[in-house]
Ligand binder design. Structure first.
Ligand code: NDP
Length: 246
């Protein structure tokens, strides 16, 4: 992979582990400057920053709860203070609170929506104000096949990820005039902490339904996301990297 000619500034929410970590490392390896956002795993985020720096690029950690508008605004203000611009935002932070719908509490519902849908909305608003002035920018939202198919025990998560697809399309329509591209990626089932939290029954079913008979790879998803961020003429699209056929 060749290094980008002019280092871009890339914000990855939830970059401390899992898919976000793989995305941060991928952008870092190609020379971009990376902001590794996290909520509580400070050490994980610091290690990602060390690894990006070791690969020859620049990176910083930035703690911010994406559910909190003030913290999100402060995150983007600090990035602009430090590096003057924002070229790519990857809305990757996400959580699950799995429980059957009849037993789902309002807290289970709200916390998942606040993190997976309201968080990206706050981040898109904050980033696009900066990107609008630049007349350029890429926003990539990480959603899920479950947002299209629905899954038992995940009504909250399925609805939040379906909402993120709608948010992607609406934002792409509004922001295209400022040359801001907005796309969504369904990364497929990943063996991360989140992926490990689903039941063996669901894991077995996912692998069975995958035409290649295997789970997805965070590195491969990160490579796709990186390549998408280099495209000049793609917006409002939903990319399914999952080999379960819809
Ligand atoms: P992990 O649980 O491994 O990591 C989640 C990341 O999100 C962590 O970095 C965590 O930070 C961060 N995070 C959670 N809440 C907040 C918050 N309020 N503010 C800021 N950061 C937060 O998840 P994955 O890597 O598996 O998932 C990444 C994305 O991919 C998610 O959006 C998920 O929905 C999506 N996805 C995952 C699939 C899978 O099979 N794993 C399948 C399809 C989609 P910290 O470490 O500080 O807690």
């Amino acid at each position: 992979m060749t290094r980008t000619e002019i280092p871009r500034v890339v914000v990855v929410t939830g970059g401390s582990r899992g898919l976000g970590r793989a995305i941060a490392l991928r952008f870092g390896r190609t020379g971009d400057r990376v902001v590794v956002n996290y909520l509580s795993h400070e050490q994980g985020a610091a290690q990602v920053v060390k690894d990006v720096i070791a690969s020859g690029s620049q990176a910083v950690t930035c703690r911010a709860d994406v559910k909190n508008r003030g913290e999100v605004d402060a995150l983007f203000a600090s990035v602009v203070d430090q590096w003057g611009r924002i070229d790519v935002l990857v809305n990757n932070a996400g959580i699950t609170r799995d429980v059957l719908m009849l037993r789902m509490t309002e807290e289970d519902w709200d916390s998942v929506h606040q993190t997976n849908l309201t968080g990206p909305f706050y981040c898109i608003q904050a980033a696009s104000r900066i990107m609008e002035k630049q007349q350029s920018g890429h926003i990539i939202n990480i959603t899920s096949l479950v947002g299209v198919q629905g899954r038992e025990g995940q009504a909250n998560y399925s609805a939040s990820k379906a909402g993120l697809i709608g948010l992607t399309k609406a934002s792409a329509r509004e922001l295209g005039r400022f040359n801001i591209q907005v796309n969504a990626v369904l990364p497929g089932y990943l063996p991360t902490e989140m992926g490990g939290s689903v039941s063996k029954q669901v894991r077995d079913r996912v692998t069975r339904e995958n035409v290649l008979g295997r789970v997805s790879d965070p590195e491969e998803a990160a490579l796709f996301i990186y390549l998408l961020s280099t495209m000049k003429n793609i917006s409002g699209q939903i990319f399914n990297l999952d080999s379960r056929i819809l």
